[in-house]
Unconditional design. Structure first.
Length: 251
């Protein structure tokens, strides 16, 4: 466990040493919650829209994206460590591969919590208010940690396989496609065309339900449970993807 904590500490220290690798990923979700909740404020007037506060709809989406970037950030750092040869020296240490993998996860969870807090502050300043089911910001932290876990596994798995900046491009592209091909912008019943079909079958749509349940009426406990199960399943798959990629480095 000490090896994992050491790796996580180094990763978090790199945020202070290289803020350019962390700050833009934090500013993006803040910009989104400010821009979308203001630009699309009139969307609440559409019959059937589930809230009278546009920021209540867009804040959970921005939080999940910020947490996802926190996870992918470990992938970017891994690419740099692989290219400089630092990670090759780290793999020669007398510790298990799972310990090497756990360190970036711990760092991503800490960074995700920072993102959730800061984005939520802006959201509440813009008028976001929890509904009366008692979940409130707790739902944001659950979804944030889950998306950070998914992003970390996906980012590390790609970094281990490509070992260069090609992986970074794939990480970002798949993240944007995965989140924006959901009901990120508007509820599925209000969509037309192919996007409604894609969003309905996109598993990340259910993850957004987990984030939104504290801010939107009409999301049931069943929806929350489905979202949690999907998040756990994808997280496990991403962990396996990262672990097999790490094992391939030894081949």
């Amino acid at each position: 466990m000490s090896a994992s904590l050491g790796i996580a500490t180094r990763s978090l220290q790199n945020v202070r040493r290289l803020p350019s690798a962390f700050v833009p990923a934090l500013l993006m979700p803040i910009f989104q919650v400010v821009a979308f909740s203001g630009t699309y404020a009139g969307v609440t007037q559409i019959p059937g829209f589930p809230t009278d506060r546009s920021v209540n709809w867009y804040l959970p989406m921005a939080v999940t994206m910020g947490a996802s970037f926190a996870g992918l950030g470990t992938g970017f750092s891994m690419i740099r460590d692989l290219q400089t040869g630092f990670y090759d020296r780290l793999r020669m240490a007398p510790t298990s591969r799972r310990q090497l993998l756990l360190g970036p996860y711990i760092a991503a969870w800490v960074r995700a919590c920072i993102a959730v807090v800061l984005v939520s502050i802006f959201g509440f300043a813009l008028g976001a208010r929890p509904v009366g089911n008692g979940l409130g910001t707790f739902s944001l932290f659950i979804a944030g940690i889950g998306m950070a876990t998914i992003g970390t596994g996906w980012g590390l798995g790609l970094a281990y396989r490509f070992r260069d900046m090609r992986a970074a491009a794939i990480m970002q592209l798949t993240l944007f496609l995965g989140l924006f091909l959901t009901d990120a912008q508007t509820p599925i019943p209000l969509m037309d065309g192919w996007l409604s079909y894609v969003a309905r079958w996109n598993p990340l749509t259910h993850v957004l339900d987990v984030a939104r349940i504290g801010f939107i009426d009409g999301i049931s406990g069943r929806d929350f449970l489905i979202g949690m199960l999907i998040m756990v399943a994808i997280s496990a798959g991403a962990w396996l993807f990262a672990l097999t990629g790490l094992v391939r480095l030894d081949d």
